[in-house]
Write a new protein. Structure first.
Length: 261
C-alpha cells in the first residue's frame, strides 16, 4: 500500500514546501501532492506561492519521490496551453516523477482576473477540452486547436519530457473526493454512513485503486482508511513530527505502515 505526503501551499512558504518534500522523500513516502492556489482558503493561513516555481525547487532538491499538483485548474486563471508548458517543464526536470492533477477550481482563485464563474457542468466541459488541448501540445510539433472554449494557434512546446505526462482529474460526489491518475484513483473523505457506498461506486466506475487522505494523521486513521482504500496521503501531522527530528518521523512512518499491513 502506497504512502503519500500532502504539501499545503496555503500553510507554508515555498522554501518550506521544498524542505518538506525533502523530508518526505527521506522518510520513505513514495509520492507527494502539492496544492495550487492563488489565495489561501482563509487569510489566516498566510501563504499561497506559485506552485510551478515551488515544483522547480522540489525537482532540484529531491531524487526519487513522485510529485503531482493536487490540483491545478487549467480553465480560467491560467490557459491550458500555459499549464501544458509549465507541466512539461517540470516533468522534464523530474523524469518519470511528475503527474499533473487537474480540477474545475474554486471561485476563490479563478475570479482574480475578473472573468465570469461558470456553473459546474460548464466547468467540467471546459476541463475536458483543456485536457484535450494539453495532450495535443504534448504530442510535439506545431499544433492548432479551435474549440468551444479554447483556441491555440500554431503553437509548439519545445521542451518536452521523454515520458508521457500522467494526468489526474478531480471530481466530487458527496463526501468523496476522487483523483484519477492513469490507473490510480485517490479518495479523500470525511467519515459518513454513505462512505462505503460511495467508494464502491467509485471502484465500479474507475476499476482502479483508491487512495485516502488528507485528514489522516494517526495509525488508527490509516487502518480505518485501509479498509476502504489502497493507500493513504498524510500531511500536517507528519510535518509536526518531522520537526522533532528524523528518528521521530521514521517512527511515525513505520507506525503508519504497520497499521496498513
Amino acid at each position: 500500500m502506497e504512502l503519500g505526503f500532502a504539501l499545503s501551499s496555503e500553510d507554508h512558504s515555498p522554501n518550506e514546501l521544498v524542505r518538506q518534500a525533502q523530508i518526505a522523500e527521506r522518510a520513505g513516502f513514495t509520492f507527494g501532492l502539492i496544492s495550487d492556489h492563488f489565495h489561501p482558503w482563509v487569510s489566516e493561513q498566510g501563504h499561497s506561492p506559485f506552485v510551478w516555481s515551488t515544483l522547480g525547487g522540489i525537482a532540484q532538491a529531491t531524487e526519487t519521490i513522485r510529485m503531482g499538483t493536487g490540483v491545478t485548474c487549467p480553465l480560467i486563471r491560467i490557459h491550458p496551453a500555459i499549464v501544458a508548458q509549465a507541466a512539461a517543464t517540470v516533468a522534464a526536470m523530474m523524469p518519470g516523477r511528475f503527474f499533473l492533477g487537474v480540477g474545475t477550481g474554486e471561485n476563490l482563485n479563478e475570479h482574480v482576473l475578473g472573468d465570469r464563474w461558470p456553473p459546474p457542468d460548464e466547468r467540467l466541459e471546459m476541463l475536458e477540452e483543456a485536457v484535450e488541448v494539453m495532450r495535443l501540445l504534448w504530442e510535439g510539433g506545431y499544433q492548432t486547436h479551435r474549440g468551444r472554449h479554447y483556441t491555440v494557434e500554431h503553437t509548439r512546446i519545445f521542451d518536452l519530457p521523454d515520458e508521457r505526462i500522467e494526468v489526474a482529474a478531480e471530481a466530487t460526489d458527496g463526501w468523496l473526493y476522487l483523483v484519477t491518475l492513469t490507473g490510480t484513483t485517490g479518495a479523500r473523505t470525511e467519515h459518513s454512513p454513505a462512505l462505503a457506498g460511495l467508494v464502491e461506486r467509485a471502484r465500479r466506475a474507475t476499476k482502479v485503486p483508491l487512495y485516502a487522505g488528507f485528514g489522516i494523521s494517526t495509525p488508527d486513521h490509516a487502518q480505518a482508511a485501509a479498509e476502504l482504500a489502497d493507500g493513504i496521503v498524510v500531511g500536517s501531522r507528519a510535518v509536526e513530527i518531522a520537526d522533532e527530528g528524523p528518528e521521530a518521523l521514521r517512527g511515525y512512518v513505520a507506525s503508519l505502515r504497520a497499521a496498513l499491513d
